[in-house]
Design a protein around this ligand. Structure first.
Ligand SMILES: Nc1ncnc2c1ncn2[C@@H]1O[C@H](COP(=O)(O)OP(=O)(O)OP(=O)(O)O)[C@@H](O)[C@H]1O
Length: 224
């Protein structure tokens, strides 16, 4: 047992993803355990975002299954939602709420008891303290990304699903991201992350989505 999240394994087996009529990937499998990180790699359109959305329960697999400690996650969607933080391409920032209010809102969605001290720490870690009272709509792209990433620290969740989290970040902020991921893993968390850029995740596994592509032109119904 670590001093944070209890030992767990998140895995997927024989996953098939269809978007529109196209088979994006087929027979895809992975496994991530406590303290581990998995990098999703592959060219544009190979299915990295789709796989992350599927892992987050936002998209349904055409077949195959996802398990947490061997139990299919679809058996209890609410429990699964409670164990993840998903940060996708679209920012979830409410434009009229301040940076601090946005963070408080997210923290309480995850944990109604979440205290202000945790949110303050998250703001400080992401270099947002001086912007705490600024409305979301006035942030730059990189500041919005940092606020979305601050959600990771505002309430605990063992599994972080991050879709190209380094986009719009300056080099110093990428270093901060690498640091909070390392700390999360040291506390028994897991991270699954897609990227086209250099994000240093020591010892991370790699999943190359193009290895699971269906033959060109495969249509739903043939491979699913
Ligand atoms: N809403 C949608 N409806 C139908 N097809 C979609 C939708 N979103 C994505 N797709 C298709 O699914 C496939 C995989 O897209 P996805 O965004 O998962 O790839 P990706 O590897 O994340 O790409 P990128 O590196 O460009 O971000 C692509 O062929 C894309 O056109």
């Amino acid at each position: 047992m670590t001093n944070g999240h209890p030992p767990s394994t998140f895995s997927g087996e024989k996953l098939v993803c269809i978007r529109g009529e196209r088979v994006v990937f087929t027979q895809l499998g992975f496994s991530v355990a406590t303290g581990e990180a998995l990098l999703l790699l592959g060219p544009n359109g190979s299915g990295k975002s789709s796989l992350l959305r599927l892992m987050a329960g936002l998209l349904k697999a055409a077949s195959g299954h996802l398990s947490w400690n061997g139990v299919p996650v679809l058996e209890d969607r609410e429990e699964h939602a409670g164990r993840i933080h998903y940060v996708g391409h679209h920012d979830a920032i409410k434009p009229v709420l301040s940076v601090r209010e946005n963070l408080r809102f997210w923290a309480r969605l995850h944990d109604p008891e979440a205290g202000d001290a945790t949110a303050a720490h998250a703001l400080e870690r992401l270099g947002l303290t001086h912007l705490a009272e600024v409305p979301g709509k006035m942030l730059s792209a990189g500041q919005k990304r940092r606020l979305n990433l601050a959600r990771l620290l505002a309430a605990p969740a063992p599994l972080w699903l991050l879709d190209e989290p380094s986009v719009a970040l300056d080099r110093a902020s990428v270093k901060v991201l690498e640091g909070i991921i390392a700390q999360h893993r040291a506390a028994g968390g897991m991270v699954i992350l897609s990227t086209h850029a250099d994000v240093d995740l020591p010892g991370a596994g790699e999943l190359h989505l193009d290895h699971f592509a269906a033959p060109a032109g495969s249509m739903a119904g043939v491979w699913a």
